[in-house]
Design a protein around this ligand. Structure first.
Ligand SMILES: Nc1nc2c(ncn2[C@@H]2O[C@H](COP(=O)(O)OP(=O)(O)OP(=O)(O)O)[C@@H](O)[C@H]2O)c(=O)[nH]1
Ligand SMILES: [Zn+2]
Length: 191
């Protein structure tokens, strides 16, 4: 697998100062966003955040992604660690297909039914680039910020030790209630 890497650069943000490094694999560009003390940490906090343009950049209320990203950046800036911004939009079906899935949700399908109706699996994400980034940054032990038990299993199956799970819970609203219920009941998220 051919992976291109950037140099490390400074990124001051409203949450505080970070260092960033980019990785490119098959036209998907991912980002490692590190706290300034990252190199000195033996067991960093890590958030693997799947891209959600509508939630992360547009303030969509249909999901919890934007709030989870804000929380994670704030937490990691204060407590030390790494956010991997994993550019697998729409659980890796891409933005156009996610909008089609949203159109089906407007007609009453839930997030899983919509994916299946479009011919996709319920979740198309894969984590090989995450393994690569963690190895590159010399992380073999971490505290993972997630509610997703499947994500924990995937990361552990890559040979990475998770010593603690930190919940990433955000507020419900009338637009994301169904989405969060499906995550809890179908995917088994700790919500
Ligand atoms: N296909 C599809 N993807 C969605 C939908 N809503 C959000 N997403 C994507 O779902 C991904 C986030 O996955 P989630 O299931 O919310 O959470 P997770 O990453 O598995 O688990 P956490 O670590 O607990 O956040 C992002 O890539 C979003 O773009 C949807 O209705 N359909
Ligand atoms: Zn989202």
């Amino acid at each position: 697998m051919e992976i291109e890497q950037s140099n490390i650069a400074n990124l001051p943000t409203k949450y505080g100062k970070f260092k960033i490094k980019a990785y490119k694999q098959n036209n998907q560009e991912h980002l490692a966003i590190m706290s300034e003390n990252f190199e000195s940490l033996k067991e960093p906090y890590v958030r693997i955040h799947s891209e959600c343009l509508t939630g992360d950049a547009l303030g969509s209320l249909k999901c919890d992604c934007g709030n989870q990203l804000n929380l994670a950046l704030q937490f990691i800036n204060q407590n030390g660690g790494l956010v991997i911004y994993h550019r697998q939009e729409g659980r890796n079906i891409g933005l156009l297909n996610k909008v089609n899935a949203y159109a089906l949700q407007d007609k009453g399908r839930n997030t899983v039914e919509a994916n299946l109706e479009l011919g996709f699996k319920d979740d198309e994400r894969e984590y090989s680039i995450v393994k690569y980034i963690l190895e590159d940054l010399k992380v073999d032990k971490l505290k993972l910020i997630t509610n997703n038990p499947k994500k924990i299993k995937y990361i552990e199956s890559l040979g990475i030790k998770i010593t603690q799970r930190i919940p990433a819970i955000t507020k419900k609203n009338i637009y994301n209630e169904n989405y969060l219920n499906t995550k809890k009941e179908y995917f088994g998220h700790y919500l």
